[in-house]
Design a binder for this molecule. Sequence first.
Ligand code: NAD
Ligand code: TYD
Length: 348
Amino acid sequence: MNLLVTGGCGFIGANFVHEQRRQYPQDRLVVLDALTYCGNLRNLESLSSDPGVAFVRGDICDADRVAQLLRDDHMDAIVHFAAESHVDRSILGPLPFVQTNVVGTTVLLEAARKAQVQRFLHVSTDEVYGTLGPTDPPFTEETPLAPRSPYAASKAASDHLALAYAHTYGLPVVVTRCSNNYGPFQFPEKLLPLMILSALADQPLPVYGDGQQVRDWIYVEDHCRGIDAALRRGRPGAVYNFGGRAERTNLEMVHAILELVGKPRSLIRFVADRLGHDRRYAVECSRAEHELDWHARWSLDDGLRETVRWYREHPSWCQSVQSGEYRTFYDRNYTTRLAESTEVAQCG
Ligand code: NAD
Ligand code: TYD
């Protein structure tokens, strides 16, 4: 297969690209990424000499560029990760979320329809379902969408558009909705990497409100295998939930990290709560288990241990992200080739 992977320099996209290369070395991947503040080409650096992976710096809202890529590179399928993804940023400024998540997704869908791609895998989130009370059953794929943050609302809008393209035009769309991911390459503004790096540096750990908000945590590799299963075996027009069956409060997660890093709980600081903070997410993923034969393999304990190990063993990645140095990686490596006016290049 020829796969166009949008957002492949972000956290989950990069993990997906690495996983695909391990599983399907005969496939060809083109990564389209705008390299926003959280897009990091270093996440694909180890694939720099892999002829099966190409990188294109570009915006999914650029209809001409997307159409050209689908046409010239003969893409069979699109795996769509690119998004503005951080709830706190969406509260500070929703417009970029509408632009990339809603407009950008529609641009991609339209290009995919015209190019008649064989599969459009739209990566979404459990946050589109809204929030749960303490004893409510987990979200199923039939739970009505009730997003409550600008981020979740923009993702819900993109889900509706993706499914509308399936219904109206027969575009072979599959939508996946996953719970909170953790693992290598996650940008340290999200809870887990922020807490790991702060704890390693003896910095305060900011916990919003009372820290009793519940999330269902999944190791990113399990999510990537789920996306792969949905891409290759999912029913056109279907939605599949993925989760780790590992509900924990934020405070429990922070305690677990402090334990693994070997730092005291006195580093925790309770800070002002997030506006409109969703109290609980939980995901029922039995459809994916039955239809796709997908099962989460990582326990939370093992996944957290592996994640802490990864951040400890990659100080240069952490430093380049924390200092902002990672943002110059593209320019340092691509200036010459760009000057030669080719924007498709290997990843390193
Ligand atoms: P991320 O923020 O780490 O990465 C997003 C990537 O998209 C970055 O590389 C960025 O440069 C790129 N991008 C942003 N705007 C773009 C644009 N206009 N054109 C091209 N590229 C653009 O996000 P992530 O955590 O890897 O999430 C990936 C996807 O998975 C998102 O769609 C998100 O909604 C979804 N998701 C995330 C989680 C999670 O826990 N992180 C859970 C469920 C679903
Ligand atoms: P986050 O990683 O931003 O993911 P999401 O909001 O998409 O679930 O946050 C996970 C949880 O951790 C969420 O309930 C907010 C909370 N949180 C904190 O308590 N402190 C922090 O510094 C951050 C970033 C998040």
